[in-house]
Design a protein around this ligand. Structure first.
Ligand SMILES: C[S@@+](CC[C@H](N)C(=O)[O-])C[C@H]1O[C@@H](n2cnc3c(N)ncnc32)[C@H](O)[C@@H]1O
Length: 387
């Protein structure tokens, strides 16, 4: 196998099970893009096996920290371990993330399951090479009704790959109905954002809904297909308004409302404009949800992202009833929980109100957070009460 020698600093990180070798970590390398490589410390000690792409800043991604053969049995074990982690979600939902890339020791691969259909994203050249071994194993283990490939992550272009949207196996209907904690949602794998649904917010939707009281008025901003608002309505909210900039997302939100026998107002608008201008002078809410897209895609944009969030929080506090609730999220790993907390306090100071933290919120368990991989914690949030 091709051999890579890395710097001492990189060796230290790998010994702590950090799964990436950056281009600048490499002292000596053989192997072409996509090849399997064994990674060694400057003294020759074995550190791990991964795949290489010298064109990417993350040049090696580790598949195993043990000296094992990367074959179908290897992937079978990895997949079974990933499925076991999701077992506790059985009964709550039939949709979950089955493979979360590095956090499940399958770098570059995302697999989501929607009521027996799989959505697959291959994000790296190395995984592109390995898919022929891995995907048949996946299909054998899950026996899916259909597999849809949705490899459209921006990272693919850095890996020298194009976009792939195609049915790989079986049938993929235009709408797949999933169940989540008593609610029903329709998922359109072909047209939706992400692989189809924001599965990572499942637990946060449940926690937030558990605070909803009969007659609550709820504003779900960045609503996508309405999942937070729909859970709130099912808990007794009397008025729900969904705001999103995407027409397609709101169309599906309306279908989701109908599927749950609910009615709500849907508003196609930019959230910043909407919150600043739109709610009428006397429009007040008992719960506002702010679940924006990752404003900070790079470290350098974190400050701008927090400024944007601060503005959204100030506007939300303005339209909350006294004692009202605010669920606020950031899904960028460049924004920490402390950053978000500071931003909330800053916004509260601007509004002259006190804030009680009711819940610390994170991505659900099918998107594992591995402490050795700091960036595997990306979704943070708070459920707050404005006093
Ligand atoms: C993280 S998702 C929200 C997921 C949703 N809360 C759920 O549980 O399914 C972010 C949403 O923000 C929307 N969006 C992005 N930029 C926006 C903007 N400037 N104004 C309003 N919506 C926006 C996207 O269309 C997307 O639906």
């Amino acid at each position: 196998m091709n051999k890579i020698l890395v710097t001492r600093a990189a060796a230290r990180r790998l010994r702590l099970f950090f799964p990436w070798v950056y281009r600048t970590d490499i002292q000596q390398a053989t192997g072409d893009a996509g090849d399997l490589v064994s990674v060694h410390a400057p003294d020759g000690a074995f550190l791990g096996i991964g795949y290489i792409n010298p064109a990417s800043e993350i040049s090696v991604r580790i598949l195993s920290f043990s000296d094992v053969e990367i074959n179908r049995d290897f992937f079978r074990e990895r997949l079974l371990a990933a499925f076991r982690k999701r077992e506790p979600l059985r009964g709550k939902t039939d949709a979950c993330r089955l493979v979360h890339a590095e956090a499940d020791e399958l770098p570059g691969l995302i697999v989501d399951e929607y009521a027996g259909h799989l959505a697959v994203q291959v994000n790296t050249l190395g995984m592109e090479r390995l898919r022929e071994v891995l995907l048949p194993e996946m299909a054998e283990l899950r026996q899916p009704k259909g597999i849809y490939e949705k490899s459209d992550a921006k990272s693919r272009s850095r890996e020298g790959l194009g976009t792939e949207h195609r049915v790989l196996h079986g049938e993929i209907p235009g709408r797949i109905e999933i169940a989540e904690s008593g609610a029903r949602f329709l998922v359109n794998l072909r047209e939706s954002q992400k692989t189809g649904f924001f599965l990572d917010q499942r637990r946060n939707r449940e926690v937030t809904a558990s605070y909803v009281e009969e007659g609550f008025e709820v504003l779900d901003v960045f609503a996508n297909t309405g999942a937070f608002g729909i859970h709130a309505a099912l808990r007794g909210a009397s008025r729900v308004r969904l705001v999103d900039v995407s027409r397609e997302a709101l169309e599906l939100a309306r279908e989701n409302l109908a599927a749950n026998g609910l009615a709500a107002q849907t508003v196609k608008a930019d959230a910043f404009d909407y919150l600043t201008e739109a709610p009428g002078a006397r429009d007040r809410f008992d719960l506002v949800i702010l679940d924006p897209p990752p404003f900070a895609k790079a470290k350098r944009s974190a400050a701008g992202a927090l400024k944007g969030l601060r503005h959204l929080i100030i506007q939300s506090l303005r339209i909350l009833r006294p004692g009202g609730l605010l669920a606020v999220f950031s899904c960028s790993h460049h924004v920490s929980q402390e950053d978000l907390q500071r931003t909330v306090l800053d916004a509260a100071a601007e509004r002259g109100c006190r804030i009680e933290i009711l819940e610390h919120l994170f991505q659900d368990r099918d998107h594992p957070y591995v402490l050795n991989i700091p960036m595997s914690l990306y979704l943070k949030g708070f459920l707050l009460r404005s006093l």
